[in-house]
Design a protein around this ligand. Structure first.
Ligand SMILES: Cc1cc2nc3c(=O)[nH]c(=O)nc-3n(C[C@H](O)[C@H](O)[C@H](O)COP(=O)(O)OP(=O)(O)OC[C@H]3O[C@@H](n4cnc5c(N)ncnc54)[C@H](O)[C@@H]3O)c2cc1C
Length: 466
C-alpha cells in the first residue's frame, strides 16, 4: 500500500518548502520531494545565499584594502579564497539543514529523490540508488524552479565556461573574466570577482544594463560600476565562444559592426534561466505549458488539470525567491479554504552590489507607457548625514507618486542598504500611502532612511536638506 497525503510538493526550493510548512501548519498531511539532496532549492544552494555570502566577503576585502584612506592602517591584506569559499559553504549547509529541522518540527514528510507524475494523484519518487516508490495525493504542487540557460550550442563546463553555479565556486581568481549578460546575476558575480582582483568585462546586447529597471537608476548604476573598474560593452552581441585548454575566446560584434575578441580564463554566461519541467512526466497527465515553456496556471495557481498546481520560477512572473515564497503561502491557504493572495504590484527587486539597488512598484517608463500622470521626488545620499559620515554618499532615492492623489506608485533606490530600505516603501504601498504619509513619518536620525523621507518631501518640492 502506498502512503497517502493530502498534499505533495515536488521541489523543495523557497516556493516548495515554504508551501509545505504552511500546509502543515494548516493541518494538512504534507510531503515534499526534493532531488538535489538538500532542501532550499536554487536559492539556498546555488543562488541567493552563496552569492550574498561572497558579495559580503568580497566587499569586506575590497573595503579593507582601502582602509588606509580612512586612517586605518593594516600592514598587509591577503586573500584566502579557500577560506572564503568554506565560509560560504558553511552558511549554505547551516541554512539548508535548518529547513530539514523546520520540516521535522512541522511534521512535513521529506522524500529525497526525483518526483514525477504516474497519474494525476500518484507521484513516483526515484531516489539516488534508483529505488522507486509511489505515493498518493489529493493535491500536487509543482515547484521545480528553474535552471541557467546557455547560448545556442555552448555547453557549461563550470570551470572555464560557467553558469552562476560555477561562478560561485571558482578555485582561483580569474585574471580576466567575461560576463555575458548585464542582468543582476551577472553584475553581482562580476562585482565579486572584480573586487577579488579579476579584470571583468560585461557584454550586453542592449544599450543599458538591468532591463526593466528605472532608466535613471540604470544610468547611475553603470557609472558607479565603471568607476569600480568593471568594463562594459553595450549593444554588443556574442558571436561565438571557443575554448582551448584553459582559455576561452569570446568573439563579439559591437556598435558599428566592430568585431572584438576577448581572451579570458573564465566566461560567465548569465543570460537568463529556464523553467524546470523536463523530468516531471507532465505528458502523462496533460499539464499545459505557455509559450515560454512555463507551466500555465490561472490566478489561483491551478493548472488545467484538477488538483495540480504550480508556483515559483516554473510559472510566469519574476524569478525571485520571495515571489516563490509568497505564492507558496498563498496556494497553501487556498487549498486550506482560506483566501491566499499575492500582490504582484508590490514585489521588491534588489541587486546586492555595492551600492545596492532596490525597487518596488512602477518605473517612470512604465508610468509613461500607461499614460499615468505622476510626480517625482528625489533625494541624493550626498546630502544625507549618515551616508556622508560613513563615506558612502553614492546614489539617490526616487519616489514616484500619482499627480492627483499623491498615492505612491513606485520607488527606486541606489545606495548603501537600499535592499533593506525598500521594505519601508513596500509597506507604505500595501497600505495605500501617499508620499505625504511618508514625509510626515518621523525617521530616526542619522539614518539612510531619512533620504526616503526627504525624497517624499521632494515630491511636494519641500525637502529640508537639499
Ligand atoms: C546566482 C543566483 C542568485 C540569486 N539571487 C537571488 C536573490 O538575491 N534574491 C532573490 O529573490 N532571488 C535570487 N535568485 C533567484 C532565486 O534563487 C529563485 O527565484 C528561487 O530559488 C525560485 O524558487 P523556486 O522554489 O521556484 O525554485 P528553486 O529554488 O529552483 O527550487 C526548485 C527545486 O526543485 C527541485 N526539483 C526540480 N525537479 C524536481 C523533481 N522532478 N523532483 C524533485 N525535485 C525537483 C530542484 O532540485 C530545486 O531544488 C538567484 C538565483 C541565482 C541563480
Amino acid at each position: 500500500m502506498s502512503e497517502k497525503f493530502q498534499a505533495v510538493i515536488i521541489g523543495g526550493g523557497p516556493g516548495g518548502y515554504v508551501c509545505a510548512i504552511r500546509l502543515a501548519q494548516l493541518g494538512i498531511k504534507t510531503a515534499c520531494i526534493e532531488s538535489r539532496g538538500t532542501l532550499g532549492g536554487t536559492c539556498l544552494n546555488v543562488g541567493c545565499i552563496p552569492s550574498k555570502s561572497l558579495l559580503n566577503l568580497s566587499e569586506n576585502y575590497f573595503k579593507a584594502k582601502h582602509f588606509s584612506n580612512l586612517g586605518i592602517e593594516i600592514d598587509k591584506i591577503n586573500l584566502n579564497l579557500k577560506k572564503m569559499m568554506k565560509n560560504k559553504d558553511e552558511a549554505v549547509a547551516t541554512l539548508t539543514k535548518g529547513i530539514e529541522f523546520l520540516f521535522k518540527k512541522n511534521k512535513v514528510t521529506y522524500y529525497k529523490g526525483t518526483g514525477s507524475f504516474k497519474s494525476y494523484n500518484q507521484i513516483s519518487i526515484v531516489d539516488e540508488k534508483n529505488k522507486k516508490i509511489v505515493i498518493e495525493t489529493d493535491k500536487t504542487i509543482i515547484s521545480t524552479g528553474s535552471e541557467p540557460v546557455s547560448l545556442p550550442g555552448i555547453k557549461f563546463d563550470e570551470k572555464v565556461i560557467v553558469s552562476s553555479t560555477g561562478a560561485l565556486s571558482l578555485n582561483n581568481v580569474p585574471k580576466k573574466m567575461v560576463v555575458v549578460g548585464g542582468g543582476y546575476i551577472g553584475l553581482e558575480m562580476g562585482s565579486v570577482w572584480s573586487r577579488l582582483g579579476a579584470e571583468v568585462h560585461v557584454i550586453e546586447f542592449l544599450d543599458h544594463i538591468i532591463p526593466g529597471m528605472d532608466k535613471e537608476i540604470s544610468k547611475e548604476f553603470i557609472q558607479i560600476l565603471k568607476k569600480q573598474g568593471i568594463n562594459f560593452h553595450l549593444e554588443t552581441k556574442v558571436d561565438s565562444i571557443k575554448k582551448k585548454k584553459n582559455i576561452a575566446t569570446v568573439s563579439t560584434t559591437g556598435k558599428n559592426a566592430k568585431k572584438i575578441n576577448f581572451d579570458c580564463d573564465v566566461v560567465l554566461i548569465s543570460v537568463g534561466r529556464k523553467p524546470n519541467t523536463n523530468n516531471l512526466n507532465l505528458e502523462a497527465i496533460g499539464v499545459l505549458l505557455d509559450n515560454k515553456k512555463r507551466i500555465k496556471v490561472n490566478n489561483n495557481f491551478q493548472t488545467n488539470v484538477d488538483g495540480v498546481y504550480a508556483i515559483g520560477d516554473v510559472i510566469k512572473g519574476p524569478m525571485l525567491a520571495h515571489k516563490a515564497e509568497e505564492e507558496g503561502i498563498a496556494i497553501a491557504e487556498l487549498i486550506a479554504g482560506q483566501s491566499g493572495h499575492v500582490n504582484y504590484d508590490i514585489i521588491p527587486g534588489v541587486i546586492y552590489t555595492f551600492p545596492e539597488v532596490a525597487s518596488v512598484g512602477k518605473t517612470e517608463e512604465q508610468l509613461k507607457d500607461a499614460n499615468t500622470k505622476y510626480k517625482i521626488g528625489k533625494f541624493p545620499f550626498m546630502a544625507n548625514s549618515r551616508a556622508k559620515a560613513i563615506n558612502e554618499p553614492q546614489g539617490f532615492v526616487k519616489i514616484l507618486a500619482d499627480e492627483k492623489t499623491d498615492k505612491v506608485l513606485g520607488a527606486h533606490i541606489i545606495g548603501s542598504n537600499a535592499g533593506e530600505m525598500i521594505a519601508e516603501i513596500g509597506i507604505a504601498m500595501e497600505f495605500g500611502a501617499s508620499s505625504e504619509d511618508i514625509a510626515r513619518t518621523c525617521h530616526a536620525h542619522p539614518t539612510f532612511s531619512e533620504a526616503i523621507k526627504e525624497a517624499a518631501l521632494s515630491v511636494d518640492k519641500r525637502p529640508i536638506h537639499s
